[in-house]
Write a protein that binds this ligand. Structure first.
Ligand SMILES: Cc1cc2nc3c(=O)[nH]c(=O)nc-3n(C[C@H](O)[C@H](O)[C@H](O)COP(=O)(O)OP(=O)(O)OC[C@H]3O[C@@H](n4cnc5c(N)ncnc54)[C@H](O)[C@@H]3O)c2cc1C
Ligand code: HEM
Length: 404
């Protein structure tokens, strides 16, 4: 599922009266929003236990990451509606919309979220929620929900499926151990031929306690017969895949989604990954090679330079080292690695000075939060040398930090 168009947001959608009420109540709501989000999820899951078992990621609920992400997104959206100088939430909404369609979320569920969210707001803020305050926040919620529902319907349409109808059976055809902790899986499944490089699928497995838990995995290869992913052993779903899913077993997958997509090669490209964050980059490199082969034959090179940077715990932990080496040597492109056990670090200043990094590139980043912050800070520090055209992020956990 993919669209070139972004979610449409009317920054003047609130009436002046509602905007005034939001401005006045934003500090109180903002200060309590994480508590509101915690209570919201608790009451919603008590009323709808199936949502926690089968739709939401219960690992993210345990860690509290999803509560923070929801709270930050609502507060950011409200601030944008009442302050025209606030940053645009389009990137945020795009990310949420893709995550929702990758889980088959439908319009009717927005009422459930609404009712539980507003019950939580009332309980946490008490008398501060006057009828005017409730009405104005209700409006904010439905404006945001309207934008998301419209965008999500467009994504479902782009795949030609009914809203929410994204689950397909995926039969395991082959497994391959890439590193001590990373296993590659090739699945037979329908609906992946039009995947965009960088997109992911949600894999669903039935766990011993009966829950059907879903997790996202970036697509490495795809065609009309299926797809492959690489999974690092971590918590319950990745361990279940490695320990219990064998060749010929069938699990659930959802149609490809995700907005960190490499769809043009009209400027230099730098990919920067860390650890298992190399998976979306692997999908991009595979797509690039396929595209060059299809367009111009095996001897061709892209018009613009590609640079691949990767950081990992050690050389043997880099799951896509062979692929990256094959692609970069074919393209005569730089591959720069930094391994922690060798005390190496990706130093953008040094790489810019020695001519490894092109100016004016599109940057694609994926890795842990601390790593991404470090790369983002280095890019900011050396922007007058590197002039990044755009910096795109993929994150493997719900996030609110990119908003700050
Ligand atoms: C867009 C996207 C693409 C992704 N692509 C890939 C990919 O290509 N390959 C890949 O391997 N992963 C990828 N991921 C990550 C993947 O979706 C899962 O998050 C990952 O596999 C962990 O899921 P899990 O069920 O194994 O762990 P979970 O059970 O969800 O646990 C996650 C982490 O939290 C810890 N944890 C759980 N409960 C607690 C607790 N109570 N207290 C403290 N810590 C706790 C676990 O130990 C674990 O480290 C991607 C994620 C996203 C969002
Ligand atoms: C206006 C309403 C909503 C807002 C503002 C919202 C916001 C968010 C945000 C910020 C994320 C995290 C995205 C990320 O960083 O990965 C998310 C994920 C998610 N949302 Fe929503 N959402 C809304 C409605 C809904 C509805 C109606 C459902 C269905 C019950 C839903 C289910 C989910 C699920 C299952 C996830 C993934 C959770 C996880 O992986 O931990 N959301 N949403």
């Amino acid at each position: 599922m993919y669209m070139d168009t972004a979610p449409e947001v009317d920054r003047h959608a609130l009436s002046p009266e509602h905007a005034e009420t939001i401005r006045a109540s934003l500090p109180a709501v903002g200060a309590n929003i994480e508590e509101i989000a915690r209570l919201f999820y608790r009451t919603m899951f008590a009323e709808h236990p199936g949502l926690l078992a089968n739709t939401f990621n219960r690992g993210n609920q345990r860690s509290g990451e999803q509560q923070k992400a929801l709270a930050a997104s609502v507060a950011t959206f409200a601030a944008m509606l009442v302050d025209t100088s606030a940053p645009s939430p389009v990137e945020l909404l795009t990310r949420i919309g893709h995550k929702h369609v990758s889980l088959g979320i439908t319009e009717d569920q927005y009422q459930i979220v609404h009712d539980n969210l507003f019950q939580a707001i009332g309980e946490v803020l008490g008398d501060a929620v006057t009828p005017q305050v409730a009405e104005a926040w209700d409006r904010v919620y439905w404006i945001m929900a309207g934008v998301l529902v419209g965008f999500e319907k467009g994504l479902y349409d782009s795949a030609g499926v009914r809203d929410g109808d994204v689950f397909v059976p995926a039969r395991l055809a082959a497994r391959e151990q890439l590193t001590g902790s990373v296993m590659k899986y090739a699945f037979e499944a329908a609906g992946f031929a039009r995947t965009q490089p960088g997109q992911y699928t949600s894999l669903g497995v039935q766990l011993p306690d009966g829950a059907r838990q879903l997790r996202q995995y970036s697509l490495i290869e795809w065609d009309d017969r299926g797809f492959s992913v690489a999974v690092q052993r971590d918590g319950e779903v990745s361990s279940h895949l490695q320990d219990h899913v064998r060749e010929s077993d069938t699990i659930e997958a959802t149609l490809p989604a995700g907005h960190l997509v490499l769809h043009q090669f009209t400027s230099p490209i730098v990919t920067v990954s860390q650890g298992i964050g190399s998976t979306p980059m692997a999908g991009m490199l595979v797509a690039l090679i396929r595209r060059l082969d299809a367009e111009q034959g095996a001897a061709s090179r892209p018009e613009h330079p590609i640079t691949v940077l990767h950081a990992d715990a050690s050389e043997s932990d880099y799951a896509f080292r062979d692929l990256a080496e094959a692609v970069t040597s074919r393209l005569q492109a730089p591959l720069v690695t930094a391994f922690r056990d060798q005390d190496q670090r990706l130093d953008l200043r040094a790489l810019a000075e020695d001519g490894t990094l092109p100016a004016g590139a599109q940057w694609y980043l994926c890795g842990g939060n601390a790593f991404l912050r470090d790369i983002r800070d280095q890019l900011e520090e050396h922007k007058t040398r590197l002039f990044p055209a755009e910096v795109h992020f993929e994150l493997f956990s719900p996030n609110d930090w990119l908003l700050r």
